[in-house]
Each structure stands twice: as structure tokens, then as C-alpha cells.
Design a protein around this ligand. Structure first.
Ligand code: NAD
Length: 330
């Protein structure tokens, strides 16, 4: 047993080192050196070892952190209500298990809102009396970067809402596929390093000291969350919130669907697994959220993820065996 623990201790240390390096490349430099599937596999292995051997779970483990350190010159913005990540699952079986556990905690069958998981970076927009006064990135969840000047350059983010409400709206900034193709094509012609994917291109384009660069990059946003939405907007359900956000003039992805049973969920997943290539923006899965906002308080969160939502990630396009090989050689 002691020998086994020592062996796994070495593996955990190695995984922490690799994952922290990859996270730095991805979140800080917007330039990942490995595919997401490689990262996810290593991350899941680490999480499994930490669950099986709790003594191997370090206080500063990457499994306890949102995003990465913030190390650029943009001013910092605190998030009094932390901006969290999402727990993820990779199969419908795991998704139904999560639904069963969640319903069990609440003690009744639940209704969910299924949304597309937009492949961009999280944003917080602060509106005061309907006026956009600050925009910030998620950063490490507790502190983000001030990107107000940059967000003002994004065409579909309104400076003025249709009602004078004071709210913190959260959502995703992404780079449409066409803009990504155009940008990388131009960079190739200019002999510049190309971006690995639209998500990293969006992050690199938003986290700029020069907002005119952001303007040229044709970013867009989809909003899906409001902090304390029940108090500030008087809405009680997630699907209703999306309709309300659209009425305020905010960009909302309307592919959401209220889900009451597993057949509907499977239909939704199937539809977007098939159709994702036809969308004008990248998605890397779907997000399932408990529709009734009041239940979120009961379900709560960990330091990293809310317990009232989960991401189902689409299967990676590359072969897993190949990915497994890479993981131990990178
Ligand atoms: P995540 O991107 O997997 O999921 C959480 C995020 O999803 C939220 O913060 C939000 O920004 C976004 N999101 C998109 N649509 C949403 C919607 N409709 N509702 C709610 N949220 C929505 O989590 P993360 O913590 O940002 O990043 C972890 C992932 O990043 C990993 O699973 C991995 O795939 C990738 N990553 C890759 C590398 C690499 O080297 N390739 C390194 C680090 C992380």
C-alpha cells in the first residue's frame, strides 16, 4: 500500500507539473501546445487519483483552481461573486448520473435548460442604469482583467441596454469561424504565428492593451447569466432569463431547450453533435443547467464549479489512443 502510494505520489506530481504548464500556455499566453483532449485526459486522471487517495490532493492542486494566474499589464478587477468553471462529463451515462444525483439532493424530478457550450472565453459586463461601465475577464475566478475598452469595440455588445437596469451580466466572447479563418490566413501571409483555435484567437484578441486590435478581430458575444437575476430582474428560471436578456438588447444564443427527460436530452445532444460544423461559431459541448434559479442556492458550488450546472463535452476528434500516447511524451 505504501509502495503504491509512493508510485501514485510521483504520478500526481508529474501530472501537476504538466497541467500547470499547459494551463499557463492556454490561459496566460493564449497559445496551447497540446490539444484540449490531452489536457482533459491528464486532468481526469489527476482528479481520479485525488478522489481515490485524498492524501495526494494538494492545497494548490490545479483541480482546486479556476483558470490561471494573471500576469499581464491590464488593470485588475475583483469578482465579489466568483466566476467559476464548469464540471464536465464525456458521456450521456455520466450526464444522467449527474442528473440523478442532483435530483436526489433536491428530492424531486428536475427540469433543465440545455444550452450550447460556446468555445470562447468568459466575460463579465457591469451595467449601471442600463449603461455599460465595466467589462472584465474571468481571470482566476476571483480577479479578472479589465477589458472595458476592448469590449466597447465588439459590435454586438450594447453600450446601452433597452431598460435602465443595474446588473452584472456574464457570458462568452468568441471569434466566429469565418473571422478566425480570415485572421489566420492573413497571419500566415504576414509570416506571423497562427492561433491554435478560435477560442485562443478570441482570448488573444480580447486581452490586448491596444483596443484597435480587438476592433479589427471581429469578435462577438453570447450572454447567458446574470448575478442575482431573481433580485435584479425578477426572473425565476434560466430559460426565462435568456428571453429577458434578449429583450434588454443583449446577444443571446437561442438554441437553448428546456429538457424534462432523458429522451429530450439525447435528442438535443444528437442534434448538435451532428450540426456543430454548420454553426458560424465553435461549440465544444452542451451545458445543462437546473432551470429553476431558486434551487441554485440549495445546490451551491465548490471552489471551482457550480453544482447546478454541468458541461457535456463532445468526443474529441482525434483518436484517444493517440492522445494517450502523447500525454506521456509531451
Ligand atoms: P470550460 O471551458 O471547460 O467550461 C467552463 C466555461 O464554459 C465557463 O467558464 C464559460 O466561460 C464557458 N461557457 C460556454 N458556454 C456556456 C454556457 N452556455 N453556459 C455557461 N458557461 C458556458 O472550463 P475552463 O475552466 O474555462 O477550461 C477548462 C478547459 O479548457 C479544459 O477542459 C480544457 O479542454 C481546456 N484547456 C486546455 C488546455 C490545453 O493546453 N489545451 C489547457 C487548459 C485548459
Amino acid at each position: 500500500m505504501a509502495d503504491e502510494l509512493t508510485k501514485f505520489q510521483a504520478e500526481v506530481a508529474e501530472l501537476q507539473t504538466k497541467l500547470k504548464r499547459w494551463a499557463q500556455e492556454y490561459y496566460e499566453n493564449d497559445a496551447p501546445s497540446v490539444e484540449d483532449a490531452v489536457y482533459d485526459l491528464a486532468y481526469n486522471r489527476l482528479e481520479a487519483l485525488e478522489t481515490q487517495y485524498p492524501s495526494l490532493k494538494l492545497a494548490d492542486s490545479i483541480t482546486q483552481q479556476v483558470g490561471a494566474r494573471i500576469k499581464n499589464d491590464l488593470p485588475k478587477v475583483p469578482h465579489p461573486v466568483p466566476m467559476l468553471s464548469l464540471g464536465d462529463v464525456f458521456s450521456v451515462n455520466e450526464l444522467t448520473e449527474w442528473m440523478t444525483t442532483t435530483a436526489h439532493i433536491i428530492g424531486e424530478q428536475l427540469v433543465y435548460n440545455a444550452e450550447l457550450k460556446i468555445d470562447g472565453l468568459a466575460i463579465s459586463l457591469q451595467y449601471e442604469n442600463g449603461q455599460l461601465i465595466q467589462a472584465s475577464t474571468r481571470g482566476n475566478g476571483n480577479t479578472g482583467e479589465d477589458v472595458t475598452a476592448n469590449v466597447l469595440q465588439i459590435e454586438n455588445i450594447p453600450v446601452q441596454l433597452k431598460e435602465p437596469v443595474t446588473i452584472e451580466v456574464r457570458g462568452e466572447i468568441y471569434m466566429p469561424k469565418a473571422a478566425f479563418a480570415q485572421l489566420n490566413g492573413q497571419r500566415e501571409k504576414d509570416g506571423l504565428v497562427t492561433f491554435a483555435n478560435p477560442r485562443n484567437a478570441a482570448a488573444g484578441s480580447l486581452r490586448q492593451l491596444d483596443a484597435s486590435i480587438t476592433k479589427a478581430r471581429q469578435l462577438a458575444g453570447f450572454m447567458y447569466h446574470v448575478v442575482d437575476a431573481q433580485e435584479t430582474l425578477g426572473v425565476t428560471q434560466q430559460a426565462m432569463l435568456l428571453t429577458r436578456l434578449a429583450a434588454l438588447g443583449l446577444p443571446v444564443n437561442t438554441s437553448n431547450q428546456v429538457i424534462s427527460d432523458i429522451d429530450e436530452l439525447e435528442g438535443y445532444i444528437e442534434k448538435y453533435t451532428q450540426n456543430r460544423d454548420q454553426l458560424a461559431y465553435g461549440i465544444d459541448g452542451i451545458v445543462l443547467k437546473v432551470n429553476e434559479l431558486a434551487l441554485r442556492q440549495t445546490l451551491g458550488s465548490t471552489v471551482k464549479i457550480p453544482k447546478w450546472a454541468i458541461a457535456y463535452k463532445f468526443p474529441a476528434e482525434e483518436k484517444l489512443t493517440l492522445v494517450q500516447d502523447i500525454i506521456w511524451t509531451v
